[in-house]
Ligand binder design. Sequence first.
Ligand code: DOR
Ligand code: ZN
Length: 444
Amino acid sequence: MKPGSIKITGARVFRGREQGIEEVEVLVEDGVIAEVGPALARSAARTIDATGMLLGPGLVDAHVHMRDPGATHKECFASGSMACAAGGVTTFFDMPNTHPPTTTAQRVRDKLSLAAAGSHVDFGVFIGATPHNLDELRKSTGHCGIKLFLGASTGDLLVDKQEALELLFGQTDPSWVIAVHCEDEDRMRALQKAHQHRTDASVHSVVRDDRVGLLATERALDLAARHKHRTHIAHVSSALEATALSLRSKVVTAEVAPHHLLLDVSDYERLGGLAKMNPSLKTAADRHALWQALHSGAIDAIATDHAPHTLEEKTRPNIWDVPSGVPCVENSLGLLLDAAHRGSCSVAEVFTYMSEAPARLFGLASKGRIATGADADLVLVDPRCEHLIDNASQWTRCGWSPWHGAVLRGWPVLTMVRGAVVFEQGKIVGEPRGRNACETSERG
Ligand code: DOR
Ligand code: ZN
């Protein structure tokens, strides 16, 4: 029996989109999955009796803002990755709109070092596109992709001139993912001007409407198709965008955020500025269309867009002074399991959209699946557990959730990263041991 080995018995195990869920045993040795099957002969140093539980591959959250460096009073790699571990997220990809922004090869290296020192789970780091950093983009290595803001959001990363966009798509490695924030800057500015007098929170969805998203999405789809450049549409938020994506070329993939699946404009009344994020919340009909798009395959994955801001900022009386973004990494799995319980999707689809698909989209061959040889990144879920989301007990440093007060059915109880338990019985276990998940991924 190998030291540190773990055998999980009795659980219903997610085996992938094709195979679905099976009752099998899983043996973990040396950080990887050594064996999967019914009644394994070999024993392990520790056996976890998971009867009645559900075992899934750890989530791969391809869109988070950890605020490190520069705004660590909102989040840092340690606090954010603890939130990940508690929520069953075993790999996250960090966005470049930090201070300083991650826009040079050196800053990618610096951020990778910060993450390696602080993170309890595995990670990737996006490099941000600017109108002038093509050389840096071309020479940078070790990142998980390029982030492009077609419309301005938190921070000042923005590339919206056609000439710069043609160079970006035409002269970077076409196998690298360009993840695009799709909001049209010109339409947004015009709408902002027209509605400046309004002070209600819902004005945010008026100035960042569905056409703002559609215009930029069409632009990204056009660039991707002409340059045959791997492109990923971030946080799709409307029926219009989902329809445009159903005609995408095969180099394009897309993600949707839990808040766009679960909240809509009717929630402004209850949440005010807490419901402000970019892209904005849309209507209930849009929300339904996003679920449909997931089921039809027009949208591939779920990513949180975890974007912590302080509660003081989010509750400012003037909506124009409230920064955009909501935290989510520790609640995303619980929220989606609860949605599955209510019939929006199946439990197998939760793991498909949140783990298997994002791992495949970003070329992480050893993540997102429970199979012999894969990294032992696992999350054990109690499907019957009723969990209350409470601002007082959030792991994220910002200390609040737009779902404060919600009671969810189904909750992660144990998380493992490459064979080491990092979260169990409500507590973080061990020191930071996260690694760059993209270091060795294939890059054409
Ligand atoms: O709501 C958002 N918040 N959307 C973004 O694009 C950025 C993010 C942030 O960094 O706060
Ligand atoms: Zn984002």
